[in-house]
Design a binder for this molecule. Structure first.
Ligand code: SF4
Length: 385
């Protein structure tokens, strides 16, 4: 039977109730005592509850790096099958570096944030060319590689090389903000500096990777954004937010500005089992991926004229097939989908213009091409792939 969720009111009562006795007990500890207790209790807890995840079964830098890149903005359950398939096809960094980018994008299809796949590929090539296929073990050298920031460098250095290196990601920032009662907006320079200072202070000499993983695990499974399980937390007795009844107030994250809405029209043209797909130019949004041609346009009529001008869909009966919403970090795309069928041997247009570099009649499930999640949504709106 799935675990019964606590009613909201009960949850709020638990995490919002101040406990002066607990606050006094925390205040009675020296900073060093408190740090030691945090490290000891967290690691002991992790030994008991660590989830069995595929990247935890192997500790080589390639697997650590791949899993960390895949897990950015993506849920563990989503990543697991991609991680396994990826490792099967590209068992080491040299295999990845030797592949074609189109195949890498295809393997990434559906995981989203495709820039990660391109950067992954660039990193694999650099590690192969510069280090003979072996990741460097120092965080400073790792940070010089494309797409590897302070967090990922800390993860690889501590988990794969046992280096005493800290890490701070969104989960860790939330745990620290609550545990140490940090009131500052969590993304400010001052708060970020403080979070890294805490991470440096806490990470132990002995098995630093184990401690970092325990911290990430606590943020992912117990100290979650909306439903923190303080009653099951190994750090409850040491937590400032819990003692002061501010768990749901921290971390402080001020509301972001709304992202702009961009209206687009996508055309799904079919020729028998094939669909007209266009490949986006490298470097831009969805670079290198294939999709039904789309244009920025406020209405379908406006889009028809634009598309006719580049040779897509002139004099073809187009029907309105539905609407798709796709939210990116910096804008929201609202796409009206139109669909049509084209007779027998019509060729794909030779020139489409920016942002496309070429077009072809393809099957969207073609194993050789990468297709974005947005394109899949558009195809589904037009009646499946
Ligand atoms: S006691 Fe609650 S708020 Fe504090 S670290 Fe644990 S889960 Fe997070």
């Amino acid at each position: 039977m799935p675990p019964r969720k606590r009613p909201e009111a009960q949850l709020d009562l638990l995490v919002a109730r101040a406990d002066p006795g607990r606050s006094a007990a925390i205040a009675a500890l020296t900073p060093a005592q408190r740090d030691d207790a945090i490290v000891g209790q967290l690691v002991a807890w992790f030994e008991l509850v660590a989830r069995d995840l595929p990247w935890r079964r192997r500790r080589d830098p390639y697997a650590v790096w791949l899993s960390e890149i895949m897990l950015q903005q993506t849920r563990v359950e989503t990543v697991i099958p991609y991680f396994n398939r990826f490792l099967e096809r590209f068992p080491d960094v040299e295999a990845l570096a030797g592949a074609e980018i189109d195949e890498v994008l295809k393997m990434w299809s559906g995981l989203g944030y495709y820039r990660r796949a391109r950067v992954l590929y660039a990193t694999a090539r650099e590690v192969t060319a510069r280090y003979g296929g072996n990741f460097p073990g120092e965080a400073a050298a790792l940070r010089e590689l494309p797409g590897i920031g302070a967090y990922t460098a800390g993860a690889i250095a501590s988990l794969a090389f046992d280096q005493r290196e800290p890490l701070v990601d969104g989960n860790v920032a939330r745990v620290f903000a609550r545990l140490f009662g940090i009131d500052e907006e969590i993304r400010t320079t001052g708060a970020v500096k403080r979070l890294w200072e805490i991470a440096w202070r806490l990470v132990p000499e002995e098995r630093p990777g184990r401690f970092n993983e325990a911290l990430m695990e606590l943020g992912a499974t117990v100290c979650t954004p909306r439903d923190p399980q303080c009653g099951a937390c190994p750090l409850e007795a040491l937590c400032v937010a819990r003692a002061s009844g501010r768990v749901m107030e921290l971390p402080r994250i001020d509301a972001k500005k709304k992202v702009p809405v961009v209206k687009m029209v996508a055309v799904v043209l079919r020729r028998g089992p094939l669909v007209l797909l266009a490949r986006r130019e490298e470097g831009g949004l969805f670079g290198g991926l294939w999709e039904p041609p789309m244009v920025e346009a406020a209405s379908i009529d406006e889009a028809r004229a634009l598309l006719a001008a580049v040779g897509v869909g002139p004099a073809i009966e187009l029907r309105e097939a539905g609407n798709v919403k796709h939210v990116l970090s910096h804008k929201e795309l609202r796409v009206a989908v139109v669909a049509g069928t084209i007779p027998g041997k019509t060729k794909a247009p030779a020139v489409l213009g920016a942002p496309y570099e070429k077009a072809a009649w393809l099957h969207p499930d073609d194993a050789e091409i990468g297709v974005s999640t947005l394109a899949r949504k558009v195809l589904a709106a037009a009646g499946g792939t």
